[in-house]
Design a protein around this ligand. Structure first.
Ligand code: ADP
Ligand code: MG
Length: 252
């Protein structure tokens, strides 16, 4: 494994209303890895992503980048696709490039290319309302990847989708990651999803959040149906479930 992309040290966050969401999170993210943050609702997963993205300032501790960040180095995907309903899909996906001042023709080409890579090449001129939930999420992925970020932050992106669509998008996300070599930090409360996707899992306990356990997922990539239905996958899911259960108890 290559070096670290970033390190969280003693990261703490108390919101202005007095809620302490995070209390001493220590975590390293390696360049190129697929890391999941797994924990119960309210344990501070989204707060960690917001701190990493620089959308908030911690009340304690630090987020240290090993190399300085450039514009467009972070992509963010939320549970809701957050597409602008009045704009065509290609215009939605082009937005980060427009904001970065990329010339229109180049931005159009890159947005179209990104949409083709997520399988939406036939829907460039469609409006969000014409797309299924899974397709909207693909468009959101294309938008997050259009600046070719070094780090992709995903906050329960597939939680609102039906299971069949969700499994398909898991595979597609892994395919993008395998091809484009960004670092992924994926937030989920699903043990099965975290094991299927990740090379490493950070298990969090209930609020105030901290990392209770870190586990390597010793399964080969690319992952596919035989991996998902295999004994090794089942055994790791069981182990991760046990760690999560322990983490839940420790904080009680
Ligand atoms: P998760 O993503 O794991 O569900 P969050 O990071 O969203 O957790 O929230 C962690 C805790 O911080 C929760 O108890 C939540 O209610 C609280 N919280 C989140 N955002 C705010 C906010 N803006 N103001 C006050 N409390 C908040
Ligand atoms: Mg959340």
């Amino acid at each position: 494994m290559s070096g670290d992309l970033l390190r969280l040290s003693g990261l703490s966050l108390t919101y202005p209303n007095g809620t302490t969401a995070l209390d001493g999170v220590d975590l390293r993210v390696a360049e190129g890895e697929f890391l999941s943050l797994l924990g119960p609702s309210g344990c501070g997963k989204s707060s960690i992503l917001r701190l990493v993205a620089g959308l908030m300032t911690p009340t304690g501790g630090t987020v240290d980048w090993v190399r300085p960040l450039a514009r467009g180095d972070i992509g963010f995907v939320f549970q809701e696709p957050t597409l602008m309903p009045w704009a065509r899909i290609i215009d939605n996906v082009r937005l980060p490039l427009d904001l970065a001042g990329v010339a229109r023709a180049e931005a159009d080409e890159r947005a179209a290319d990104g949409l083709r890579r997520v399988g939406l090449g036939d829907f460039l001129r469609a409006f969000p309302r014409e797309l299924s939930g899974g397709m909207k999420m693909r468009a959101a992925l294309a938008r997050a990847l259009v600046t070719r970020p070094r780090l992709l932050l995903l906050d329960e992106p597939f939680a609102a989708l039906d299971e069949i669509t969700r499994l398909k998008l898991n595979d597609d996300l892994l395919a993008f990651w395998g091809r484009e070599r960004f670092t992924a930090v994926f937030v989920t409360h699903s043990v099965f999803e975290s094991v299927y996707l990740s090379g490493r899992i950070a298990v969090m306990g209930p609020r105030p959040g901290r990392v209770a356990a870190q586990m390597d997922v010793d399964l080969p990539y690319p992952r596919d149906l035989p991996v998902r239905t295999g004994a090794a996958y089942g055994a790791i899911c069981r182990e991760v479930s046990e760690r999560l259960h322990l983490a839940m108890g420790e904080a009680a």
